[in-house]
Each structure stands twice: as C-alpha cells, then as structure tokens.
Design a protein around this ligand. Structure first.
Ligand code: ADP
Ligand code: MG
Length: 222
C-alpha cells in the first residue's frame, strides 16, 4: 500500500457513498436521525479535496491526516469513531516502519502489516465507542472483516482470495445487523423496533470495504 493507493481508495469510497445516498439516508431515518449519509458524504468529500496535501506524505502520515480531518468534519457518533480508526491504523504502520527502517524505503506496506494496522484501527473503535460484536453497529462489519483479514494474511493467502472473502464477510456482517437489537448508539432506545432494519454505519462500512477491495482487485488485474 502506498499513498497513491490511499488516495485512489478515498475516491472509490466517495463514489460508493454518493451512489448509495438513498440507502444510507433511509436506513438512518428508520433507526437513527437521518444524518448518516450527510456525515459520510461530508467526510468522503473532504478527504478527496485534500488529495494534493496527502500525495507527498508517507502512508502512515496520510492515514493520520485523514483521521484528524474526519474528526473535525464528520459530526455524529460515526465521526470520532472513524477518525480513531485511521489514527490508530497510522500509529501501527508508523511503528512498524521504524522497526523495518532501511529495509523498505518506498513506503509500500506488506499485506500482513496492513491487516495488523486494520485490526488496531478496529480495536480503537471498540475502545472509543465501548461497543462490541452483536450490538447492531459498524463493528458487526468491521470485527469479522478484521478477523478474516488477519487470519488470511497470516496464512499467506492470495490477495485476490483475501479481497473476495472480505467483500463477502462485510456483506454478511452488514446483513446480520438486520435481526439485531441495538444496544449502542441512537438506535439503542428503539428496542425491538430496530429489528428488521440494517444498521446505517454497518452499511457504510460494508460499502467502504467493498470499494477498497474492488479497487485492489482492479489494480491486480491491471
Ligand atoms: P449519529 O448516530 O450521532 O447520528 P451517524 O448517523 O453518523 O451518527 O452514525 C450512526 C452509526 O454509528 C450507527 O449506525 C452505528 O453503526 C455507529 N455507532 C453508533 N454508536 C456506536 C458505538 N458506540 N460503537 C460503534 N459504532 C457506533
Ligand atoms: Mg445519525
């Protein structure tokens, strides 16, 4: 992963969020306050707008900047949670870069390093939001994806298989939120009335994972 990929990924995420306006808006209107699409759109737009500032940075610096920018841009519960994801991911990449100083100077990161950093990002969301699996949040997508990502990279799986599996895992996690009662976030007050609705944060995370994995697959296929 280099910074060019991060910028391309931000653009792919922006396209996916914009293309899913109706879905994200109606999901948050059903079990939240209806602002999730606006929040995600604002976040995606601002990251694409700072492309020129990100371009000269190392991947860890770019991800840290993205986190800081999201913190001041996205309102609501999802802003600080997503910001902490990127800031923690950056921290892990930065510490790994120090360990390997002199070995890799082109800023390219191995898949296992990325998976480890992704897992640290998800842990940061767990800690900040004090939620976990099964509470009808974005974590119902992020935790299974993170677990699969680490497992498959540890097993040295082919990157194409990893991407395809993560797309599928994200979708399963997102769909599973439909049958859950929310115990965290705004939907927690709804009790059984939240059943039958997919969690908006889970949907946007699924879209983001799908966008990044599809971009990776496209680059691999040339
Ligand atoms: P708000 O709920 O403040 O209006 P958003 O609508 O942007 O903010 O985001 C709502 C999403 O945030 C939810 O669908 C859920 O996935 C996620 N979320 C809310 N609280 C938490 C939490 N404590 N941990 C993880 N995710 C959460
Ligand atoms: Mg909302």
């Amino acid at each position: 992963m280099n910074t060019e990929f991060i910028i391309e990924a931000a653009k792919a995420i922006q396209q996916s969020i914009l293309a899913n306006e109706h879905t994200l808006e109606s999901l948050d209107r059903a079990i939240g306050d209806g602002d999730h699409y606006i929040n995600m759109k604002r976040g995606a737009n601002v990251i694409v707008e700072i492309e020129a500032e990100l371009a000269p940075l190392k991947p860890s610096e770019a991800l840290n900047k993205i986190g800081i920018k999201l913190l001041s841009t996205i309102g609501g519960a999802s802003g600080p949670l997503l910001a902490s994801f990127f800031i923690s991911m950056a921290k892990v990449l930065e510490s790994q870069a120090h360990e390997n100083q002199g070995l890799k100077e082109n800023g390219d990161e191995s898949t296992l390093k990325i998976a480890t950093a992704f897992a640290a990002g998800v842990q940061a969301i767990i800690q900040r939001g004090k939620a976990n699996l099964g509470e009808k949040t974005m974590l119902d997508v992020l935790i299974p994806v993170s677990n699969q990502f680490v497992l498959l990279t540890t097993q040295n799986c082919d990157i194409k298989l990893i991407c395809a599996t993560l797309i599928h895992t994200a979708e399963q996690g997102m769909l599973a939120t439909k049958d859950l009662i929310a115990t965290k976030g705004r939907a927690a007050g709804l009790g059984e009335r939240a059943i039958g609705h997919i969690d908006p944060g889970a949907k946007s995370c699924q879209l983001m994972i799908e966008a990044v994995c599809k971009l990776s697959l496209k680059e691999l296929n040339g």
